[in-house]
Design a protein around this ligand. Structure first.
Ligand SMILES: N[C@@H](CCC(=O)N[C@@H](CS)C(=O)NCC(=O)O)C(=O)O
Length: 223
């Protein structure tokens, strides 16, 4: 019997949209919980399959490892087209789908490498660290605002069907600078992420993997 998928991930992390996609597709998967930002012991759990010690990392039933959240999400959506989680290769929305998947990964997600541990860039000075974190939050808000100005959402970001882009944005918009600032910067996209938050197919999943609690839109669990 083939092994199920294994996803190296953590509650509230960038692995959550990948887990959500696999849940919607109906794939069997095991989670290795590895909150890499909580120190060397956790990071070491993923080192053998991702030398950057980052999650998410997916190991397929064939034993292939795929890292990079956007690549994993696009791969899953393309590999299981019956789940309709991405515009097909010839669909009119395909270009914009790839554009925004890359944008989220490169222009937004990558910044958390600094904001989760600003000493990596500015050393131990608390004032410099605070300045770096604040500047990154402002930059992320600017990125959301830019995306909002370029995208005319329907029920979902690319039209009437939910794609992995919606899952990606729904999760990353919960991190610092938190949803309240996302709502201000991107009011039309906010309607979409609230729809994704409320999707009944994901209710049990969100409760387990990125729970909503009183004040979460202001406080969040990470970032
Ligand atoms: N470019 C990577 C970024 C992944 C990433 O930054 N993951 C975070 C957790 S949400 C992490 O593992 N951080 C630990 C570190 O960078 O040292 C992706 O898109 O998958």
């Amino acid at each position: 019997m083939k092994k199920p998928f294994t996803i190296f991930s953590a509650v509230g992390s960038g692995g959550v949209p990948v887990e959500a996609a696999m849940t919607l597709i109906g794939l069997p998967f095991e989670v290795v919980e590895a909150p890499t930002w909580r120190g060397e012991a956790e990071a070491a759990k993923v080192a053998a399959i991702n030398p950057l010690k980052q999650i998410p990392a997916l190991v397929t039933p064939d034993g292939e490892t795929i890292t990079e959240s956007a690549a994993i999400l696009i791969w899953l959506a393309d590999r299981y087209p019956e789940a309709r989680l991405a515009p097909g290769l010839d669909a009119p929305a395909r270009g914009q789908f790839l554009r925004w998947m890359s944008f989220i990964s490169a222009s937004i997600y990558a910044l958390y490498w600094i904001s989760d541990a600003p000493a990596r860039l500015v050393g131990e000075d608390p004032a410099l660290q605070a300045r770096a974190k604040a500047a990154i939050k402002d930059r992320i808000v600017d990125c959301w605002r830019m995306m909002e100005s370029q995208i005319p959402p329907g029920r979902y970001l690319l039209g009437d069907e939910m794609t992995v882009l919606d899952l990606y944005v729904a999760v990353l918009s919960r991190w610092g600078p938190r949803r309240v600032r996302f709502y201000e910067a991107a009011p039309r996209m906010s309607e979409v992420v609230k729809r994704v938050d409320a999707d009944p197919r994901l209710a049990a999943f969100w409760a387990e993997r990125f729970p909503f609690f009183d004040g979460w839109e202001r406080l969040g669990a990470q970032g």
